[in-house]
Structure formats: structure tokens, C-alpha cells
Design a protein around this ligand. Structure first.
Ligand SMILES: NC(=O)c1ccc[n+]([C@@H]2O[C@H](COP(=O)([O-])OP(=O)(O)OC[C@H]3O[C@@H](n4cnc5c(N)ncnc54)[C@H](OP(=O)(O)O)[C@@H]3O)[C@@H](O)[C@H]2O)c1
Length: 289
């Protein structure tokens, strides 16, 4: 059984990975924040030397982009420096390293269409810059490490699992309150069901090192995605919510962080793949009903 050291095991992604894979072909060690503070490099190395994981799956982070913007030093320590130290310790014990990066790395890009990993990037916020620096500095000394640029993720509500407000829950709330909800027309981004993310993670452990986009493709803008999804939901079930186009947000600089997953598909011989965003949302809604 492969031994995985999972950081961030109490978080949105980590908790679901632990729940899905511990004891299912993997022994997942998931020390909590109090047990292993990832900013403590000595403690991290000691932990690795004691437990000797085969792979480190690093999901611990400050994931709130607004918080990172107002606390850049803390974001840099946790999201960049600790990631580098974590990878150094993994290398020290001969473990693989898989890191949750983010599609926010593309948030300064202005071109249209699905973005691939070779696109030159210049993130406009601290979160994106800190993730990018972590990716680059880890790959400098550990080219075999795997960097996953994840999209925004959602889950249908499930008991006992932590959740952030997300695209799906925000819409569901509007539907249940027969309310209006607005989404940006000048934004393109992938939005991915967490189950697809978690289910395929073990396949990423054997990818060649490098950067991979990881999540759903989406050619629709965020308003169109939400509008089509709600219309579909309404036709399945009596629901009344109005989706309004927010024309102002990102109007000055349209935002496109929509990823292409051609690289990871090819590197995994087609074994890693994601349902396109709108189709994935509709399938989730059908499953919930
Ligand atoms: N959620 C998304 O839609 C999304 C999208 C793209 C990329 N990502 C990336 O994917 C990864 C997982 O995201 P998530 O949504 O699961 O994040 P999350 O729910 O905010 O969880 C973050 C985890 O990190 C832990 N943590 C934070 N600081 C720590 C420290 N100093 N030492 C040890 N543990 C620490 C937290 O533990 P405590 O709560 O106990 O502090 C928590 O378990 C992150 O790298 C995030 O940037 C997420």
C-alpha cells in the first residue's frame, strides 16, 4: 500500500481525498495544522524522516485570495516558502511531490480561448504570484515534481464535509430563495466538481514532472455558464431564480483563466480527463435531485 502524506487534510480538497482514498490502496497520513505546521521546516523534515511517505500531496495553503491580498507576507510564507520547504523535505526522503497550484496564475492574461501551460503568465494578485513562484522554485530543484493548476471547485452539499461558498452553492441558495444572482460576462473560467478532482488524483502521482492544468474546460463566460445551468435546473425541477449579467466586473480588463487540459490528457494517455464545466454542473444537479 502506498503511503501518502497529505497536507491540508481538514480542507475542502484534502478532507475529500482522505475520505475517498484512505485504506483504498493508500495509507493516507493527514496530520492536522496543530500536529504539523507546514511553516515549521524542521518539523516537516522530522515528520517525513519518521514516516517516510512515498508521495507528498500538498494541498495545505491559504486559499482565500482576498485574505492573501490583505496579508501578503503570510501568504508568501505559507503558499510559497512552505511549499518549497515541503518539496525539499520530500526530496530528502525520496518521496514524490504533487502540489495544488491554481488557475489564478493566469489571472493577468488577456488572450481568449483555452490557456495551456506554455502560455506566458503574469498574475495580478499576490495569491497567483505566490503560487507561480512556488511552482517555479520547486521545479528548479525537483523537476520530477507535479504542479496541478486547479480550477475553482464545487461540491454538492454533503454532511460532515467542509465547504466554502462556491458557484454551485451560491446558485442553489438563489434558487431556494427565488432570488436574483449576478455573474460576470467578462470572465471565462473552468469550474470543476470536486469528485472528479479527487477521483483522479492518484493518477497524477505517476505523471512526468512539470506543470499541468487540472480541472474542467469551459468555453462559456461565467454568466452564460450560470444562466444555462439555471435554465436546465428549472426545466428539471420547479425553481425560480434569475441570473443577471454583471457587465461591470472585469469590463476594463476581461478576465480569462479558462484552462486547456490537452497536456494532462496526453501525458496520462487519456486516463485523466474532466467533464466540461456546464455538462458537469448539469450532471451534479441531476444527481442531487
Ligand atoms: N478550493 C478551490 O476552489 C481551489 C481552486 C484552485 C486551487 N486551490 C488550491 O487547492 C488547495 C486546496 O484548497 P482547499 O480549498 O482545500 O483549501 P482550504 O479548504 O482553505 O484548506 C486549506 C488547508 O490548509 C491547512 N493549512 C493552512 N495553513 C496551514 C499551516 N500553516 N500548517 C498546516 N496546515 C495549514 C488548513 O488547516 P486549518 O484550517 O486547520 O488551518 C486546511 O486544512 C490549495 O492549495 C488551494 O490554493 C483551491
Amino acid at each position: 500500500m502506498k503511503r501518502i502524506l497529505l497536507t491540508g487534510g481538514s480542507g475542502f480538497v484534502g478532507s475529500r481525498f482522505l475520505n475517498r482514498w484512505h485504506g483504498q490502496g493508500y495509507e493516507v497520513l493527514a496530520p492536522g495544522h496543530k500536529e504539523l505546521d507546514i511553516t515549521d521546516a524542521d518539523a516537516v523534515l522530522r515528520y517525513m524522516q519518521t514516516h517516510r511517505p512515498d508521495v507528498v500531496l500538498h494541498t495545505a495553503a491559504i486559499s482565500n485570495t482576498g485574505y492573501c491580498e490583505s496579508h501578503p507576507e503570510e501568504s508568501y510564507v505559507v503558499n510559497t516558502l512552505s511549499t518549497i520547504q515541503m518539496a525539499q523535505s520530500a526530496k530528502n526522503v525520496g518521496a514524490g511531490f504533487v502540489f495544488f497550484s491554481s488557475d489564478q496564475i493566469y489571472n493577468g492574461n488577456t488572450e481568449t480561448g483555452l490557456l495551456n501551460e506554455n502560455t506566458s503568465v503574469s498574475p495580478v494578485n499576490h495569491y497567483g504570484r505566490h503560487k507561480l513562484e512556488a511552482e517555479q522554485r520547486v521545479l528548479d530543484f525537483m523537476p520530477e515534481a507535479v504542479m496541478l493548476r486547479a480550477t475553482w471547485m464545487y461540491d454538492i452539499p454533503r454532511p460532515g464535509m467542509p465547504a466554502h461558498p462556491n458557484f454551485f452553492t451560491n446558485i442553489r441558495k438563489a434558487i431556494s430563495e427565488a432570488n436574483t444572482i449576478s455573474f460576470a460576462i467578462h470572465e471565462h473560467r473552468g469550474i470543476t466538481h470536486i469528485d472528479e478532482v479527487v477521483e483522479q488524483l492518484p493518477l497524477t502521482f505517476s505523471l512526468p514532472g512539470g506543470v499541468y492544468n487540472y480541472g474542467a474546460e469551459n468555453l462559456h463566460n461565467t454568466f452564460d455558464t450560470a444562466y444555462s445551468f439555471v435554465e436546465q435546473w428549472k426545466s428539471n425541477k420547479v425553481a425560480s431564480a434569475s441570473v443577471i449579467a454583471d457587465m461591470e466586473r472585469f469590463a476594463q480588463q476581461p478576465r480569462n483563466i479558462s484552462i486547456s487540459i490537452a497536456k494532462i490528457r496526453e501525458a496520462s494517455n487519456g486516463r485523466i480527463d474532466f467533464t466540461e464545466t456546464l455538462e458537469g454542473l448539469i450532471q451534479s444537479c441531476v444527481r442531487m435531485d
